[in-house]
Design a protein around this ligand. Structure first.
Ligand code: SF4
Ligand SMILES: [Zn+2]
Length: 130
């Protein structure tokens, strides 16, 4: 990938657990739907995804800088979540991230969740309501 943006969360020796990977895929999908619907295409740059995600997103993922930052932050929080089993972040008592981030991710999840359901992606219903 040329001109790809390296997500700052990624370290070569770290790998995702299967549960983390599942959540991260949902996060990527939701942030991408939001960015592509709401932000100017000309701002988007190709992300350099970690190897675990490249197979699923073989054509790459393009996001604007704000959404790339939001995604990187969300992935980092998911990777370092101290709780196991992890509750949904909405119902967590720790709330490891800032109010600003929470408000933004809530907006993204709400917007993209509705879009996914309108597209018949009922497999995302659980994430929308949890
Ligand atoms: S808000 Fe809670 S559940 Fe979500 S990542 Fe942070 S500690 Fe984990
Ligand atoms: Zn965006």
């Amino acid at each position: 990938m040329t001109n790809a943006v390296q997500l700052p969360y990624y370290g070569p020796m770290k790998t995702f657990t299967n549960k983390q990977l599942k959540d991260v895929r949902v996060l990527v999908d939701f942030v991408r739907v939001y960015c592509h619907a709401r932000h100017n295409r000309s701002l988007r740059t190709l992300l350099d995804l970690p190897p675990e995600l490249r197979h699923r997103y073989s054509r790459g993922v393009e996001l604007c800088p704000d959404c790339a930052g939001l995604l990187a932050h969300g992935i980092q929080k998911r990777r370092t979540c101290p709780l196991d089993p992890k509750p949904s972040c909405k119902h967590c008592r720790v709330h490891c991230y800032s109010k600003e981030y929470r408000a933004k991710i809530r907006e993204v999840m709400g917007f993209s969740g509705r879009r996914m359901i309108m597209r018949g992606r009922f497999d995302y219903l659980w994430h929308f309501f949890s």
